[in-house]
Design a protein around this ligand. Structure first.
Ligand code: MMA
Ligand code: CA
Length: 198
């Protein structure tokens, strides 16, 4: 197989996560592809993340898309989970969904038109799906290294550069004290963590 060029490749400034889009037929193949990229099918933690995916993928190429997202109840019917371990704090099901229709539906799609979700069979039926792959979604940094913004296991100039670039904004990746704004307090935390993670 040759190189694979994502159809969409965007970073969400709110959480710093990267999302790429590829046409992959079944949900399981899409999740396997996501893992080859070092990620999972997208997890959606809140309305803001749902909006971001809806806006960036829902009308790709000027066509209303059906999007594969990670939510699934494959392991335990009726209990939907995210493949990257994101807790289930937010859902955006369409009315009457999930309904486990037909011979069963264990994986979720997002309707590109309005951003709501529906459970579907793994095959996706007759619909082409755009898989939304999230590269660095659910795995928080180890607690001893919360300032390692770029997750390269060392708190260094690259992290400082990201934090300064996010200065005075409500950008969670650099809001190390989680007070809603990137300020001198966050800079102090980062400088205190300077050096290799341990
Ligand atoms: C209906 C509805 C959905 C189900 C799909 C399967 C068109 O919508 O029952 O819940 O997932 O059919 O194609
Ligand atoms: Ca359904």
């Amino acid at each position: 197989m040759g190189a694979v060029a994502p159809l969409v490749d965007v970073t969400n400034p709110v959480n710093g996560h990267r999302y790429i889009g590829l046409n992959v037929a079944s949900w399981a193949a899409a999740e396997a592809t996501a893992q080859m990229f070092g990620g999972h099918l997208a997890s959606i933690a809140d309305q803001s993340e749902n909006d971001f995916i809806h806006q960036n993928f829902g009308n790709y190429g000027g066509t209303t898309q059906r999007l594969w997202i990670g939510f699934n109840d494959i392991a335990n019917e009726g209990t939907f989970v995210w493949p990257d371990g994101t807790p289930t704090n937010y859902t955006n099901w369409s009315g009457g969904e999930p309904n486990n229709a037909g011979s069963g539906e264990d994986v979720a799609e997002m309707f590109g038109i309005q951003g709501t979700w529906n459970d579907m069979p793994d095959s996706g039926g007759t619909y082409l799906h755009l898989a939304v792959i999230e590269i660095n979604g659910g795995t928080p940094p180890p607690p001893t290294c919360g300032s390692d913004i770029d997750r390269d296991t060392v708190v260094a100039g690259a992290d400082l550069g990201i934090l300064l670039g996010d200065w005075a904004q409500a950008i969670s990746r650099s809001d190390l004290d989680h007070d809603g704004l990137v300020t001198g307090a966050d800079l102090g935390i980062l400088l205190g963590d300077w050096g290799p993670c341990h």
